[in-house]
Design a protein around this ligand. Structure first.
Ligand SMILES: Cc1cc2nc3c(=O)[nH]c(=O)nc-3n(C[C@H](O)[C@H](O)[C@H](O)COP(=O)(O)O)c2cc1C
Length: 398
């Protein structure tokens, strides 16, 4: 049976391994399974757990905790993040000790109320709050949206260890727990960031600012290896990936176009020429043949998103919906947008895409235009006016 692992004196990993997990949260593929990391911190006065494990791993979790203390004697559970893969054993701890104090953010308390559906003893924490366990001081950093609104980081002052829950983590289940005992896992680390954290780059910047100046010897995330020797590398990687987009000269329009017979593409070309004349560069993407990652990068650098779509089978084509589904997987630089396209008879697509963009919180800077089959010279004049309006909105926003 697996046992707990000492991290430093008075701090033990009491988590669980899930090496055969293939898809996390039914959403994200995992090449190497994952771990649910929980940490037991024992001071001279009090004992705290930092997060717990997924519910089905509760028994092995409690076995590990019991190596050090009767689980009913744990005084505090810090819930850095309430998602069930970390809060899954909290209900069992409360059964063992109804007085256990649950340290969490206000949002965390609200979420836990509806995750547990039972009373518990919550202590809300704010930035900089501390609790002294007796020679082991926990300090809290509020880090909302890394990756849920409830997230906090916990910092162990004396040992200079950061417990950031899902931030800086990786779905990777190594044989050994520490980074300096295992092979490189950079691609899993990067993939994890892309799946979970990339939509919140601005929030990462906020959290990193709060951590500036904190001496950090070790980063103990909630998934994957403990970063005993590369904690700062993980933090620097996030800082690099989340840096503000550089304003390198002229504003940019990202134009994503699908066109079966070339009509929407002809409109796109006229619009693009006019945009360039007005001082806006154009990054053109053919939606039928694009790499998602290129498009995601472009979304993070574009000042406006233009979608060109024909109506196909009373709808916009699936490629267009796919492109729109990627918006929420990144931190778009701007939420200005506009839609255009050609149709044959019913012409639903442009309106439908406008509605979706509004739902994604885009501000539509020009009324959508759609023309029947081959655009006429007059139609192309309207395309130029459309481009002028878009350029005007983008340049005013600059
Ligand atoms: C498979 C297919 C299905 C279509 N279904 C519709 C439709 O439901 N409603 C409509 O208005 N036009 C429909 N059209 C016509 C196109 O919207 C029209 O040909 C348009 O000009 C195509 O623009 P494009 O050249 O940019 O693709 C369909 C075209 C194709 C190829």
């Amino acid at each position: 049976m697996e046992t707990s692992i000492k991290v430093v004196e008075g701090v033990h990993w009491v988590g669980a391994r899930h090496p055969d997990l293939k898809v996390f949260d039914d959403l994200f593929p995992t090449r190497n399974g994952t771990t649910y990391n929980s940490y037991l911190i024992q001071g001279t006065e009090k004992t705290a757990l930092i997060d717990t494990v997924k519910e089905r791993f509760s028994d092995e979790f409690f076995n590990k905790v019991s190596e050090h203390i009767d689980p009913s004697k744990v005084d505090i559970v810090v819930v850095n993040h309430t998602e069930p893969d970390h809060s899954g054993a909290v209900a069992h701890i409360i059964e063992k000790n109804p007085d256990v104090q649950i340290y969490c953010s206000k949002a965390g308390e609200n979420f836990l109320k509806q995750l547990l559906n039972k009373p518990f003893n919550a202590v809300n924490v704010n930035d900089g709050d501390e609790i002294d366990l007796g020679g082991k001081t926990l300090r809290f950093v509020i880090a909302p949206y890394l990756h849920w609104p409830d997230t906090i980081f916990t910092y162990l002052v004396e040992e200079e260890i950061l417990f950031p829950c899902d931030a800086f983590g990786a779905h990777y289940c190594p044989e050994k727990l520490f980074d300096d005992e295992i092979n490189e896992f950079y691609s899993d680390f990067h993939f994890y960031f892309d799946c979970l954290v990339r939509p919140f780059k601005d929030k990462v910047r906020d959290a990193l600012k709060k951590c500036e100046g904190l001496p950090i010897k070790m980063v103990c995330p909630s998934h994957g290896p403990i970063r005993r020797s590369t904690g700062n590398f993980a933090i620097e990687s996030y800082a690099r990936w989340c840096a503000e987009p550089i304003n390198d000269g002229r504003p940019k329009a990202l134009m994503a176009v699908l066109s079966s017979h070339g009509n929407t593409r002809d409109m796109a070309n006229v619009i693009a020429t006019e945009l360039k004349d007005q001082g806006v560069d154009v990054d053109m993407f053919a939606l039928s043949d694009m790499r998602d990652d290129d498009y995601r990068d472009a979304l993070e650098h574009a000042d406006v998103l233009l979608i060109g779509t024909p109506t196909i089978q009373r709808d916009a084509p699936p490629h267009v919906w796919h492109a729109l589904s990627l918006v929420s997987s990144v931190t778009p630089k701007s939420k200005l947008g506009a839609v255009f396209g050609s149709y044959g008879w019913s012409g639903e697509a442009v309106k439908m895409v406008e509605q979706r963009m509004t739902g994604l919180k885009y501000k539509l800077v020009a009324e959508g235009i759609s023309f029947r089959f081959t655009p006429t010279k007059e139609n192309m004049d309207v395309c130029r006016s459309f481009a002028e309006q878009v350029a005007g909105a983008v340049l005013t926003e600059e």
